[in-house]
Design a binder for this molecule. Sequence first.
Ligand SMILES: Nc1ncnc2c1ncn2[C@@H]1O[C@H](COP(=O)(O)OP(=O)(O)OC[C@H]2O[C@@H]([n+]3cccc(C(=O)O)c3)[C@H](O)[C@@H]2O)[C@@H](O)[C@H]1O
Ligand SMILES: Nc1ncnc2c1ncn2[C@@H]1O[C@H](COP(=O)(O)OP(=O)(O)OP(=O)(O)O)[C@@H](O)[C@H]1O
Ligand SMILES: NC(=O)CC[C@H](N)C(=O)O
Length: 658
Amino acid sequence: MPQIRIALAQVNPTVGALEANADLVVRMTKHAAAQHAHLVAFPEMMLTGYPVEDLALRASFVDESRAALEKLAVRLDAEGLGATAVVVGYLGRDDATTQQYQLGRPKGSPQNAVAVLYGGRVVARQAKYHLPNYGVFDEARYFVPGNHLGVFRLHGIDVALAVCEDIWQDGGPVSVAREARAGLLLVVNGSPYERNKDDSRLDLARRRAAAAQTTLAYVNMVGGQDELVFDGDSLVVRPDGELLARAPQFEEGCLVVDLQLPDAVAPAPGPWGMTQERVAGFPVHRTTLTSAPLPAYTPDPGALAPRLSDLAEVYAAIVTGLRDYVHKNGFTSVVLGLSGGIDSALVAAVAVDALGAENVNGVSMPSSYSSEHSKSDAQDLATRTGLRFRTVPIAPMVRSFLENLELTGLAEENLQARVRGMTLMGLSNQEGHLVLATGNKTELAVGYSTIYGDAVGGYAPIKDVPKTLTWELARWRNAAAAERDETPPIPQGSIDKPPSAELRPGQLDSDSLPDYPLLDDILYRHLEHDLDATELQAAGFDAGIVAKVLRMVDTAEYKRRQYPPGPKITIRNFGRDRRVPITSAWREAPRPAAAPAAAAVVSPAVTESVAAPAAEPAPRTAEATPTSAEPQADAVQPPSTEEPETAERELPPPPPPH
Ligand SMILES: Nc1ncnc2c1ncn2[C@@H]1O[C@H](COP(=O)(O)OP(=O)(O)OC[C@H]2O[C@@H]([n+]3cccc(C(=O)O)c3)[C@H](O)[C@@H]2O)[C@@H](O)[C@H]1O
Ligand SMILES: Nc1ncnc2c1ncn2[C@@H]1O[C@H](COP(=O)(O)OP(=O)(O)OP(=O)(O)O)[C@@H](O)[C@H]1O
Ligand SMILES: NC(=O)CC[C@H](N)C(=O)O
């Protein structure tokens, strides 16, 4: 059997940085070639970064990407790397078709493409066949699909190519890889992180490798791009399911693997030639890169990087998202308000891990209602983490405002949050720090924050983290520090105290909201799995609480739309994943006699991750008293005495606590 050494370059490209990304390809190829790799694979749309969104519709950007690819092939050869096959994603164009949104533009539609560079030339190209158009993806908006499977022969092995979604859907190029008699299926990816997605990916890779009867090599990017975080997790599996190698999560690097693969058997064109044929009715383009067989060498066993625990993984995703957002947008430092509460404490700990304590500015902004512990816990956090700390009392500013504009009740309460927001933005303008918003997913869901107050900021690290998970992450981070004999960053007081916005004397979150575990359970089922009010009631939740919670969710959309971006960690975030109108008269309430539930419409990616057994929730009846500060659940229907016809939909249990 022929041998080949492949390198999966798990790197962090930057969207739009064509030159820097090309430099990264050259650097990594040098590194791989120094380890005698024969083939180096880079992620999906490596040259442009991913996803490029509407940049794909700019002819100038497509032209630059195509030119950069040609230049890269020449440069690799000039730097002595021409004999290493380099597989690299880029933004291409199908010259034969016209993109529907580009009327009046020159002919040619953008494509999510991959190319093989060898001997100073672009020797093969292929475009992504399955364009994901669900969740955060809109690829049908930008791209026309590819129309063939590319197979290139290298050192006697036939390597078939696929691009990310091509393995998530049936049919297309991957479905004929077996009949095309490929020895290796190489998949280039831009697969964003979601909790537990690594398990789905491995299962999927195994299934596809078995179906294609080939070894499958999967290379994914790392790093943050606006709301997405890429976790890497590159891997190689054999057709019998054996996992040969797996890269560390969230770390840049090069996974080098020796493979013994079957001899190419299909007839092939001579060196540099390209033939086209149909395999099982699907077009296959074959290219031969070299016919020189390699001398035998001792293969290295593949490395299996240890897996992160669930909480470690989420924490790493948030750190990665924040670090890359800050650095890729030209900032070095951040500023945030420290209330002594859990949310700002967790965000501060994440920021210190991402950027270094010297680049994190914490501001305590006590008002006349602030408790002693809010100030002392903020100071304690600063001492533990070493972040830069200052105190700016806001009472005089609030007083001066009220002397000039009469505000009372909620308007006065919110003024405090707004003076804090203005203070942070002032410091940002003055000192150049990016402002971090500290709201969590639960608050965003129910609108429990002051717009233009604590909701100001450039980036919101925990906006996709439910409140109950903020406590888990805080405990996990402290325990991880203790294990390493380091000071736990988060004061225990911030973890233990009952949450309060401290906007009026004695205020507690529980005055306005159901208890967080109950609230998060309802929100998880409603937001991430589309259970409606009737289904939630059928699952055992109190009808009044359900109606109240769903009403708060429906009426807070305007706040979410104006909230800063933040890293996606769940299967459905409040960004691209969930698109609901702001202006909408629709309000959810349990129906007295429910119609049978419509079949769940879920994306392929979601289908992958919802296969766990159903959870049986205990009836939940905790009550919360609405305040004037929040919308009243006046549309609540009395709970039905009849058994609803709706069966509880199969749901994964909420992610397990650690
Ligand atoms: N559809 C729409 N489109 C655009 N704007 C819309 C709108 N509906 C209202 N608005 C605007 O929004 C305003 C109401 O929103 P907003 O001013 O935020 O005020 P609001 O949502 O009424 O009150 C803020 C709530 O968040 C709580 N809070 C504040 C701060 C921190 C925390 C915490 O624990 O972290 C909690 C606070 O206790 C209170 O319950 C309206 O006065 C109006 O200007
Ligand atoms: N006294 C304060 N000093 C500085 N920043 C504050 C203060 N109070 C509130 N903030 C800012 O506003 C945000 C929202 O306020 P809130 O009091 O709800 O705190 P929290 O940190 O979200 O935690 P918790 O909900 O547990 O109280 C805080 O995270 C913080 O950034
Ligand atoms: N870039 C892509 O095609 C990604 C889609 C794929 N379902 C994933 O999330 O991994």
